[in-house]
Design a protein around this ligand. Structure first.
Ligand code: SF4
Ligand code: SF4
Length: 500
């Protein structure tokens, strides 16, 4: 068997080629396909900023609070589950980035020490903390400043550094999308690894931009035994950008770090890379999908716990805890109280729990000498993605379904018309929302348990049950805690003034 055939055999099986779909495929592949989506999102982002600065400073009447904090978050989780990372694909903040990228074609690399997910964990932590401390959901002008800060940060980082450092290492929204796009039913993949093996320029990652035009000829094999075909590859000033997050298409095993920009598709001179359907979350049960790194593992695990603490900030026990902290520890500042609660709940607790579960699993199975703590945590970290997603889904769908039509009168008023509040101020039956939340939590939990079981079987074989035990307990407690939270009365943020 030839080397090429061996590579083909180890290629994960490909589903339907989404970019071959008649209309959608053409739109997405086209040079201006993504740009159209980005322009649409840019208009939304600018409208949010304008209304935030100049519109009514009331949470339920301003685009800056209703669009991002009520509707966008619900749409994000739905899109991730049903299609893929569409929000990063249409992200308006990458528009100035594309311009900056041209300026920084020879920019410096992002510092080696920061090329990991610790900054992303910190920015997620900071965003959720700021959301609570500054009441972003109720403060249109502050949300507008957040939009401006996002544009400025993405432009500054992309202008200075050669790669898409903002998307890959910093952006909290992108990190959220990337982590949960690992559950999505689509992913980027190459059609034939053999063609990649003969490709000289690796334009999918390097791009085809060059200051002066040049032509290269690649010899591309058809199949075993057939004479290779010669393909011309053009580079020049109008060339396509390669992958901003520096993913090399033939080696991609995961959606992590993929913004679904499709630059690789446009840059590949051999039409060898595309967007394919796959079993949702296929990568989570494979051992080689994710790098075994503390930062990656903690990002996924901490994000599941952040889902819990984010919802906790909106239920009565949070206020009781705040009162207890003031009375017993003398912590009367809301900022200090939140910093303490979030530091414990979002960082220390997930880290301590993950390390303890790994230590216990290794001890029970007597595999302490063979597996490091880091490798054990990395093996079980993907199991936190479905339950984490279930928690966020239950939370965000609650806000969306509690006031799905609210965006209409807000847009009407933004455009200078009279808002038809009467007609659009409806909510889904609380029981229906509750059932959906329950379904999301139980579904996420069962999916997580299945992944943890697979990881335990892979690591411990006949002792899998013992190795699974601590992780199963953590997942069960996390799910029960979330379930308990969602049965409590939750603040109707953004719709407060209308629905009481
Ligand atoms: S995907 Fe295209 S550009 Fe990238 S290595 Fe394969 S053939 Fe070359
Ligand atoms: S260029 Fe990179 S980030 Fe964009 S779709 Fe391709 S692999 Fe994903």
């Amino acid at each position: 068997m030839s080397e090429n055939s061996r590579r083909e055999r180890h290629q994960p099986s490909l589903g339907m080629d989404v970019l071959k779909l008649p209309l959608l495929g053409r739109l997405l592949r086209g040079r201006h396909g993504r740009l159209t989506l980005q322009l649409l999102f840019t208009i939304v982002a600018l409208s949010v900023a304008v209304d935030g600065f100049t519109g009514p400073q009331s949470a339920a009447r301003n685009l800056a609070t209703v669009a991002p904090w009520v509707h966008l978050r619900g749409i994000v989780v739905l899109a991730l589950l049903l299609a893929g990372n569409l929000v990063c694909m249409g992200c308006p903040f990458t528009l100035p980035r594309t311009l900056a990228k041209r300026l920084s074609a020879k920019g410096r690399r992002f510092p080696q020490r920061l090329r990991n997910k610790w900054l992303a964990i910190f920015s997620l932590f900071a965003l959720f903390l700021a959301y609570e401390v500054l009441d972003l959901w109720a403060t249109p002008w502050l949300t507008a400043w957040l939009v401006v800060a996002y544009f400025a940060a993405s432009f500054a980082l992309e202008a200075v550094f050669a790669e898409s450092a903002f998307c890959k290492y910093v952006c909290p929204l992108g990190s959220f999308n990337m982590v949960y796009s690992t559950l999505s039913p689509t992913s980027i993949a190459v059609k034939s690894p053999a063609v990649c093996a003969s490709c000289v320029g690796h334009e999918c990652v390097n791009g085809s931009y060059a200051p002066a035009p040049m032509i290269r000829v690649d010899e591309i094999p058809f199949a075993d035994g057939e004479a290779p075909r010669r393909a011309q590859v053009a580079h020049g000033p109008g060339g396509a950008l390669g992958c901003g997050t520096e993913l090399f298409a033939p080696q991609m095993r995961s959606n992590l770090d993929c913004t679904l920009c499709l630059d690789c598709v446009r840059a590949c001179p051999h039409d060898n890379v595309s967007l394919f359907t796959r079993s949702p979350g296929a990568e989570l049960s494979r051992a080689d999908s994710w790098a075994r790194r503390w930062d990656m593992s903690f990002l996924v695990i901490a994000l599941a716990f952040m889902g819990l603490s984010n919802a906790f900030g909106m239920v009565p026990p949070y206020y009781a805890l705040q009162e207890w902290l003031a009375l017993n520890l003398g912590i009367s500042s809301e900022f200090v109280a939140l910093l303490l609660i979030f530091s414990l709940g979002n960082l220390l607790l997930p880290m301590a729990i993950a390390v303890s579960a790994a230590y216990l699993g290794r001890s029970l199975t007597r595999f302490r000498a063979r597996d490091s703590l880091r490798d054990t945590v990395a093996a079980f970290a993907p199991a936190f993605a479905p339950l984490g997603f279930g928690i966020w889904f239950a939370h965000y769908s609650f806000h969306l379904l509690a006031s799905p039509g609210l965006i209409v009168p807000v847009i009407q008023e933004f455009l200078g018309a009279v808002g038809d509040w009467q007609r659009w101020s409806f909510s889904l039956e609380p029981n229906v929302i509750g059932l959906m939340q329950l379904f999301a939590l139980i579904g996420g939990f069962l999916w997580s348990m299945r992944l943890a079981q697979k990881a335990a079987l892979r690591l411990y074989r006949r002792k899998a049950l013992l190795g699974l035990l601590p992780w199963a307990l953590v997942l069960l407690l996390l799910m029960l805690a979330a379930w308990q939270l969602f049965t409590l009365p939750m603040e109707m943020r953004g719709a407060l003034e209308l629905f009481g």
